[in-house]
Design a protein around this ligand. Structure first.
Ligand code: NAI
Length: 260
């Protein structure tokens, strides 16, 4: 087992399930003290208990917050300042999707997806980014500082019935580049990871449809759906100093969907 995050403090949003859960597990197993952020404390507690039961010392902690709510994120910032005083890794993973044509979509549904997938990345990066900047100024022994935003394959192409989702994820990929330019002066790298189809609660309903699953297999070079841990490995790489010369980049982890 690698130990790339020894003594680092990390935040993972949407850590109660799927890719966020696997990312929190991997960071913790590589030495990070991980703060699991999400809206449902019971889900977060289950993941934190699983992590802490598998480590010599408990290091995972939860914080309940809605990533679209500025007050919640300000409270999270204060919690980190008071309890840790520093932050090195931020994974903006929380996200949501829905299905509709453009003509039938309610404005409230458009707003829900933009707020959850895009505004949250701005808010959390801005508020927690300030703590990361302070960490870089205070620490004598500098740790690698990194933000990873979870975008999507859909951010690279039109998505049938998910125009709000795919446009929000395209914006995350571009916002990542702006943030990388602005934060480089503080030694903070910023990258995005774009998963293809992975087996998580987000895709559970769709994957119950055999025709949908067959279409994924037909259109994916590796002929299968991904596992959340296969995405989490790439997020961990982007967050670690193994990728120390990489910033403003999007890593597509789609099993070869885009090349077929
Ligand atoms: P998931 O549904 O298991 O994870 C999303 C998490 O975000 C959930 O725990 C959910 O409760 C949390 N969340 C949603 N809105 C929130 C809010 N307002 N405040 C706090 N937490 C909130 O699904 P999955 O697949 O693990 O998704 C993780 C990320 O990966 C998302 O950004 C998603 O768009 C992205 N993604 C997933 C793909 C897949 O095939 N599973 C493909 C491409 C991207």
């Amino acid at each position: 087992m690698l130990n790339r995050f020894a003594d680092s403090i990390a935040v993972v949003t949407g850590a109660g399930s799927g890719i966020g859960k696997q990312t929190a597990i991997q960071l913790a197993h590589e030495g990070a003290r991980v703060i699991l952020v999400g809206r449902t404390s019971s889900k977060l507690e289950k993941v934190a208990d699983q992590i802490n039961a598998s480590l010599k010392e408990p290091t995972a902690e939860i914080f309940t917050a809605d990533v679209t709510n500025e007050q919640d994120i300000e409270d999270l910032g204060r919690f980190i300042q008071q309890n840790y005083g520093e932050l090195h890794v931020l994974v903006n993973n929380a996200g949501a999707s829905g299905k509709s044509t453009i003509l039938e979509m309610e404005t409230s549904e458009w707003d829900r997806i933009q707020e959850t997938n895009l505004k949250s990345v701005f808010l959390v990066s801005k508020i927690l980014g300030k703590i990361m900047i302070e960490s870089s100024e205070q620490e004598e022994e500098k740790k690698d500082l990194s933000i990873v935003n979870v975008a999507s394959l859909s951010g690279h192409k039109a998505g049938a019935m998910i125009p709000h989702y795919s446009s929000s994820k395209a914006a995350v990929i571009n916002f990542t580049k702006s943030l990388a330019v602005e934060f480089a002066q503080y030694g903070i790298r910023v990258n995005s990871v774009s998963p293809g189809f992975a087996e998580t609660p987000l895709t559970e309903e769709g994957l119950k449809n055999r025709r949908f699953e067959e279409a994924i297999q037909r259109n994916t070079a590796l002929k299968r759906v991904g596992k959340p841990e296969e995405i989490a490995h790439v997020i961990s790489f982007a967050a670690s100093k193994e990728s120390s010369y990489m910033t403003g980049t999007d890593l597509l982890v789609d099993g070869g969907w885009m090349i077929t």
